[in-house]
Design a protein around this ligand. Structure first.
Ligand code: GDP
Ligand code: ZN
Length: 461
């Protein structure tokens, strides 16, 4: 395909030590050559692919030196976009990287639209749509595990699975077609229906398996929404602080995230926790007090995980019991805090009230037990699970919606096959399922959808 040459800053904005301006397209190397001067006056076009060159960027009209740079040269097709790519590594400051960008724009490149590099990789057949989306997830990934999910997807694991399903559907359609084309065999229906039932049944099972991973995938992507509750003075703020301090806070800035709820992200053993409404908790110490019982029930109901803090140095109060009642049937971990003081809390009562949920003991004052709590959180999430890296998680909202659609149409096909509907009617559902699955990997998507998807990417990717 024939595209103009695009350029963008492809490292995060800010004061990094190094920033990269990336060029992609037929003219990428020629444009770079126009503004690049190496000590021994190399011509970039004559250099081998995948090489790095030291030199200066100069303003060609005035010969003024703009920047000292390292320039990576990568010729098509073995590049991310499958086009010629030049990456200019320059100093990280905002002004210097902007000057480099302006320079290449002035000399023939066009400013890339958001996601345009990835879009080209897709359009040039380098990656399929689910892989392109994985690039976007990778940019936003909050923990190593989330990163692994995205990497697997980028690696094409999800794509291969979807392709297998589509292949099975295609084979089924072909087989049905053969049977329809040879009506001289009078047992056509008898032969066709079992084949349909078997293959479509398998496809449905696989789709269901994928959908089952979606809640975990979503959590890896968006964070486990976590609320800390407990009576005043039991140590909620202390717990929040120790979680935030020990686990590097992670990026929270996702375009389009609503900002009415204040959230803090921490990474606990690869599980991203989204500590909800923490500012509120910090301010008034007590979420129930601050937002009222009804609203706090709502916040609790939406939580994936509740950390319920008790004071081990005091006997259980009615308020504690009430909180136990409020959170029954929810996912929670009981944190018995202040173990450094003489203990007054009846552990057995707590165990009975906690109904098999996890209980950990901490002294947040002496920084004891936080590791146990972290382990409890991680095992709660990954219990009985293989390492995230080994699994194909579905975490993307678009994929999940399409999988639900595919499941519905394949169920229609199965239902029809079971109720004696003519085979060519069933074929329609099978074909539709094949199409819907194709949308996940971008085989049957409309251009407008593609544009919309890629416009969500960060600029420069
Ligand atoms: P919150 O009202 O539930 O948020 O409780 P805070 O975290 O503000 O803690 C209330 C008081 O208990 C503070 O004076 C803390 O220093 C103290 N505290 C917190 N954790 C512990 C602990 O493990 N042991 C002891 N002895 N004091 C603690
Ligand atoms: Zn507090």
């Amino acid at each position: 395909m024939d595209f103009d040459t695009i350029a963008a800053i492809s490292t995060p904005m800010g004061e990094g030590a190094i920033a990269i301006v990336r060029l992609s397209g037929d003219e990428a190397i020629a444009i770079a050559n126009k503004v690049f001067q190496s000590p021994n006056h190399k011509t970039l076009m004559e250099q081998p692919t995948h090489t790095i060159h030291y030199g200066h960027l100069i303003e060609p009209t005035t010969d003024e030196v703009v920047e000292e740079v390292m320039l990576s040269l990568m010729k098509a097709p073995k590049t991310f976009t499958r086009e010629d790519v030049v990456e200019i590594n320059c100093h990280g400051g905002l002004t210097s990287v902007n000057r480099v960008l302006q320079l290449v724009l002035k000399n023939g490149a066009r400013l890339a639209e958001p996601g345009e590099f990835t879009k080209r990789a897709f359009l040039n057949g380098r990656i399929d749509l689910s892989q392109a989306e994985a690039v976007m997830d990778l940019i936003r990934a909050k923990t190593d595990r989330a990163m692994n999910v995205a990497l697997n997807q980028m690696d094409g694991k999800l794509s291969r699975l979807i392709q297998n399903l589509r292949q099975a559907l295609l084979e089924t359609l072909a087989q049905v077609e053969v049977n329809i084309d040879y009506p001289e065999y009078d047992d056509v229906e008898e032969m066709t229906i079992p084949v349909l039932l078997e293959k479509c049944g398998w496809v449905k099972d696989e789709i269901e398996k994928l959908l089952q991973t979606s809640s975990q995938g979503k959590i890896l992507r968006e964070g486990l929404s976590t609320v800390i509750i407990g009576r005043p003075n039991v140590g909620k703020s202390s717990l929040l602080n120790s979680l935030v301090q020990e686990n590097k806070a992670i990026v929270t800035d996702i375009a389009g995230t609503t900002r009415d709820i204040i959230e803090e992200y921490v990474n606990v053993r690869g599980v991203p926790l989204r500590l909800v409404d923490t500012a509120g908790i910090r301010e008034t110490e007590d979420i129930v007090e601050r937002i009222g019982v009804e609203r706090s029930r709502q916040v609790l109901k939406e939580a994936d995980l509740i950390l319920f803090v008790l004071n081990g140095a005091e006997p259980l109060t009615n308020e504690d019991r009430l909180l136990f009642e409020t959170i029954q049937n929810m996912n929670y971990i009981v944190v018995i805090n202040k173990t450094d003081l003489p203990q007054q809390l009846n552990k057995q009562t707590v165990e009975e009230l906690a109904l098999g949920q996890r209980i950990v003991a901490t002294s947040l004052l002496e920084e004891q037990g936080v590791i146990d709590l972290e382990e409890a959180i991680a095992s709660l999430f990954f219990e009985g699970q293989v390492e995230a890296g080994d699994m194909t998680y579905v975490s993307n909202a678009r994929h999940i919606a399409l999988l639900h659609q595919a499941k519905a149409t394949i169920e229609d096909a199965l239902f029809a096959a079971n109720s004696g509907v003519p085979v060519d009617m069933i074929q329609i559902d099978v074909t539709r399922t094949w199409e819907i699955l194709g949308e996940i990997i971008g085989d049957t998507v409309e251009e407008s959808l593609i544009n919309q998807l890629f416009s969500q990417f960060c600029l420069g990717k």
